[in-house]
Design a protein around this ligand. Structure first.
Ligand SMILES: C[S@@+](CC[C@H](N)C(=O)[O-])C[C@H]1O[C@@H](n2cnc3c(N)ncnc32)[C@H](O)[C@@H]1O
Length: 214
């Protein structure tokens, strides 16, 4: 969803950092070969993820929802020299595609892929995270939060994507089959109320929350 006019959106993108060539290639190939290419973070949100990561300069990042690897590569730009990025996706068909792009980047050896349900995999990764990016099935956002909060260093941040869900978080009635909207409404409440974090929602793309562990 566009929260800004198209002209203003274009202006903002044109006056922000350019998209690296490798990420342009990754985007083109995702659109040619992979289902649901709109899931990829894209130029502007990607530059925001890169900027946040460079400001934090993390030793260790966790990503829940790799898809074709776009956001992982953006966040990897901020890693410390010996830093690591761990990224999980349930879709095993994406693994070779991701690896091909990770290896073309400067961060191939620092990026560790996991295939499977993040609910099962997160407890197996014994690391302290400086940044966690949650961008997978919306129904499990609150579960991911509970699984990672104790693995997050004090001052570490959780980035949660799609928290405005095309504005549907304002709805009071949902279709029976829509499990994502009520889950995101509850998740946004949880982040606001949980005393372990301080939270701000940024109206970027579909809504991106930053929660900082106290
Ligand atoms: C929105 S896409 C991620 C986009 C990616 N972060 C980016 O910005 O380029 C969501 C991904 O989450 C994955 N996913 C969904 N449910 C999952 C689960 N339970 N565990 C791990 N990954 C899951 C999907 O396979 C999909 O690739």
């Amino acid at each position: 969803m566009q929260f800004l006019s198209e002209d203003l959106d274009t202006y903002i993108v044109n006056h922000s950092e350019n998209e690296p060539e490798l990420l342009q290639q990754l985007t083109r190939e995702t659109y040619q070969k992979i289902l649901q290419p709109r899931m990829l973070s894209g130029h502007y949100q990607g530059r925001i993820l890169s900027m946040i990561s460079k400001l934090v300069n993390p030793k260790c990042i966790l990503e829940v929802g790799t898809y074709t690897g776009y956001s992982a590569l953006c966040m990897a730009e901020g890693l410390q020299k010996e830093g690591e990025l761990h990224t999980i996706d349930i879709n095993e068909e994406l693994q070779d595609f991701q690896r091909q792009y990770f290896d073309k980047s400067a961060y191939g050896k620092q990026i560790h892929q996991y295939v499977g349900d993040a609910i099962e995999i997160i407890p197996l990764i014994n690391k302290d995270f400086d940044i966690v990016f949650i961008d997978a099935d919306k129904e499990n956002y609150a579960n991911y939060f509970e699984l990672i909060i104790d693995k997050l260093v004090p001052g570490g941040i959780i980035l949660s994507d799609n928290v405005l869900w095309s504005g549907k978080v304002l709805d009071t009635k949902f279709k029976k089959e829509d499990t994502s909207t009520p889950a995101l409404i509850e998740y946004n409440k949880l982040l606001k109320q949980d005393s372990r974090v301080e939270t701000v929602i940024l109206p970027i793309r579909d809504g991106l929350t930053i929660s900082r562990k106290k």
